[in-house]
Design a protein around this ligand. Structure first.
Ligand code: 6PG
Length: 259
């Protein structure tokens, strides 16, 4: 899939990043009607966003009954484990809003192997989608949230791994993680993550500046290979944004818009 250069919005800080993401999600979910699907990410960066969505005005504004929640990847640990991406989202968001429990679809981790978990989750996604093949123009998700690891990984798609080239499987097991926490993982593949109306990368903090610059200038890193059937947007806070001139934000930053 030809890599369209993502749109990049630079915002002031981590709070502004969470707010910008919350506004995009609200706008996107209010644009579609009927059944909605959101694919959440893990790691530490989305925490503020999840807390924000659990509060006003989003708590009253989001159509909770219509939204189904999925995960782009998870660590193969019990859901109450501190490393569980599902556990984190449940604690910070889903336990605090009127989200029907039947709409919450975590990656199963109470099974023997990551492969079994991947197979089960793939069938669950196919059932939800109502088809065996992801069709252009009929996206599986409305919003997919993505993060960026210090090594350029995204979801649990790590540099140099075979799963980067997976074209048919929707979900794969990753017995060995390429980054902290070094626990086995289960991850959606690029074509499944791409089946969305909007893909939002959330990147925050000075430790990410170098890798953001590398990825956005085309370095061969997993995150540079992420694509979207619909919109692809990187929300980056000032601390993580490449030095001026390295990579021009494609959309005037909130700061410059606010003058
Ligand atoms: C995971 C994530 C992973 C994450 C990045 C960034 O399960 O670890 O899905 O891809 O998004 O590692 O993590 P931070 O937000 O903690 O920097």
């Amino acid at each position: 899939m030809p890599q369209k250069r993502p749109d990049v919005i630079v915002v002031a800080d981590a709070n502004a990043l969470a707010r910008a993401a919350a506004e995009r999600i609200l706008a996107r979910l209010n644009r579609s009607n009927g059944r909605l699907a959101v694919c959440l990410t893990g790691g530490s960066t989305p925490g503020r966003l999840y807390e924000l969505l659990a509060g006003q005005p989003y708590r009253d504004a989001l159509p909770w009954n219509h939204i189904y929640w999925f995960w782009g990847d998870d660590r193969f640990v019990p859901h109450n484990d501190p490393h569980s991406n599902f556990g984190m989202a449940r604690r910070l968001l889903l336990d605090r809003v009127p989200a029907p429990s039947g709409n919450i679809c975590p990656i199963p981790t109470r099974v023997e192997t990551v492969e079994e978990a991947a197979r089960l989750y793939e069938s669950e996604l196919r059932r939800f989608y109502g088809g065996e093949r992801l069709l252009p123009g009929r996206p599986l998700f409305d919003v997919v949230l993505m993060g960026l690891g210090p090594d350029g990984h995204t979801a649990s798609l790590f540099p140099g791994r075979a799963e980067l080239g997976e074209k048919t499987r929707w979900v794969v097991g990753v017995p060995e993680a390429g980054a902290e926490p070094f626990v086995p993982r289960v991850t959606l593949t690029f074509p499944t993550l791409a089946s969305t109306r909007e893909m939002l990368f959330l990147v925050s903090g000075p430790s990410k500046r170098k890798i953001v610059s590398e990825v956005l200038t085309g370095a061969d890193m997993p995150a540079a290979h992420a694509y979207s059937e619909g919109e692809l947007l990187w929300l980056v806070d000032r601390a993580a944004a490449p030095e001026r001139g390295d990579v021009a934000p494609t959309v005037p930053s909130a700061a410059s818009r606010e003058g």
